[in-house]
Design a protein around this ligand. Sequence first.
Ligand SMILES: [Ca+2]
Length: 400
Amino acid sequence: MKSGYRVALCMLLIVCFLHITDVQASANRPNVLFLAIDDLRPALGCYGDKTALTPNIDRLASRGMVFNRAYCQQAVCSPSRLSLLSGLRPDTIRVWDLATHFREAVPDAVTLPQHFKNHGYHTLSIGKIFHGGGKPAKDPPSWSAEPQYDIVRNAKMRYALPKNLKGKKSKRSAAEAADVPDNAYIDGVVCDASIAALDELQKRDDPFFLAVGFRKPHLPFCAPRKYWDLYDRSKIPLPVTTEHPRGAPELAVRSWKELEGYTDIPEDGQLSLKKIRELRHGYYACVSYIDAQVGRLLDELDRRKLSKNTVIVLWGDHGYHLGEQGLWTKANNYEWSTRVPLIIAGRNNQMSSVAWKAFSKTAASQLDPNVMFQGQTFCSSPCMTLCIYIPVIILKENNS
Ligand SMILES: [Ca+2]
């Protein structure tokens, strides 16, 4: 796949939203639930993963559009997130690390939530959206209210087992299974806060853009035991290949030193088969834990009769290696680390289906992906605008 198309898939998300909101600005404007899931590769049933138990995200996918060839801009949290949220490439916002704020290079950039805010939406952030710490975690122009749980440093929200609550370093065990409720960890707390926020948001006259950021399945793989118990560890497949690609340059197989430093990970990084199995089990347990939180939000939208007027987007900030190719975590350019889940569920399935068909037939065949697919450049092209507007107009006519 050409690199430009990788950029295009994430940009499509933004462009669809921008133009949908423009067209419907004076009519019936949908709410937006924007779900960011940290370090989630497409380990989901709806992506054909036969191990993953993700009934709720699969339920969302069944009424939306699943993008099978979505790729992040850079397989690192902050560059990926800030790129998607600004609609600009990492090279443009000059963010390739975890410490730089995009407004240093592009102070006047209009982010996705900021655009909604500028067009009459109430925008709210709960959990990890821009980034989980430091300067990049904050962007006041994007939000109508103070973000909640955007930076969390409390070890008690990260670990639950007594042995892991001891110590001062942030890295303790790389995984834990504890007999605790969902909100013993941060993501259950974020979900609780999001459900509470919906109560307030529904009372408002203006539509909402609610961004909810879950931190699992990012390391450490800590989840309530009931999600571990969904899986038989011995039946979770091992990595198909554990060798570096033959002939690959050393730089290409250099990965993030993220797993190292946890108390149960050997200093030399050589993992036993037992530990590999545990980590892969832990990742899937965390995916199911997050799936349950997504299910709670979907149920709450249904209960409040908000589903019919809420566009839902679910995306992962980058992919992940769980021992494949001898690599762990992210920060490399192989498929496992760059491919992401992206699901857009409109108020009805027709919206996303028609929009995607128009995009793929009209735009992708006519444009130079190396030039067109970036932020405002992409949006300002009459051709691209047309191909997005057409399905929106059709939908508007059908709905009127
Ligand atoms: Ca991440």
